[in-house]
Design a protein around this ligand. Structure first.
Ligand code: URA
Length: 182
């Protein structure tokens, strides 16, 4: 089976997922979006209102900032894979619970295995803590590369934090300069 088909099959499974209770209140699952051939994967926290309504990742306000950051760095959004560590919107945008993050691990784990990217960009502390998960401190690794499971990861803030704090937006802009693929 081709990688594209594997990813499609996986997303069909994600859409039916009932491994944690989040599906009950969500309107649409948000598996992620982008080609199986992507060299870059961006991983955020969890879908928000707009994402829940449409089933597409990062299309709300934080997504607009992500689009801006990608554009400034000449990264084509259509060529990268964008997802989150949680695939169904938590009620009222609350932080995902440990049990929910655990239930969803396998989904983004399989996405990474199928896509086999050159670089995984972790957006925010929740994505960092969930994916790196070695008692490492977000603030120490923000703006830095880190190898885990023989895969290259880069950590920066979540774009939603950049919307709230101009200083964080500036740092995000600087961090994004490090994101490139060969
Ligand atoms: N924030 C995220 O972390 N993921 C989305 O898909 C949208 C907003």
């Amino acid at each position: 089976m081709e990688e594209r088909e594997k990813l499609e099959k996986l997303h069909k499974e994600i859409k039916k997922c009932k491994k944690c209770p989040l599906w009950r209140e969500a309107r649409n699952p948000v598996p992620g979006e982008g080609p199986a051939s992507a060299k870059l994967i961006f991983i955020g926290e969890s879908p928000g209102r707009e994402e829940d309504l449409t089933g597409r990742p990062f299309i709300g306000r934080a997504g607009k900032l992500l689009d801006e950051l990608l554009k400034k760095n000449r990264i084509n959004r259509k060529k990268v894979f964008i997802t989150s560590v949680i695939k169904h919107r938590p009620p009222k945008n609350r932080q995902p619970k440990k049990s929910e993050l655990k239930a969803c691990r396998n989904w983004w784990g399989q996405q990474i295995e199928i896509i086999n990217p050159q670089l995984i960009v972790l957006l925010g502390k929740v994505a960092f803590d969930t994916v790196i998960d070695e008692g490492k401190i977000f603030n120490k690794y923000r703006g830095k590369f880190l190898i885990k499971n023989r895969r290259q990861h880069f950590t920066t803030y979540h774009p939603a934090a950049g919307l709230r704090f101009p200083k964080i937006k500036k740092t995000l802009e600087k961090d994004f300069h490090y994101i490139s693929i060969s």
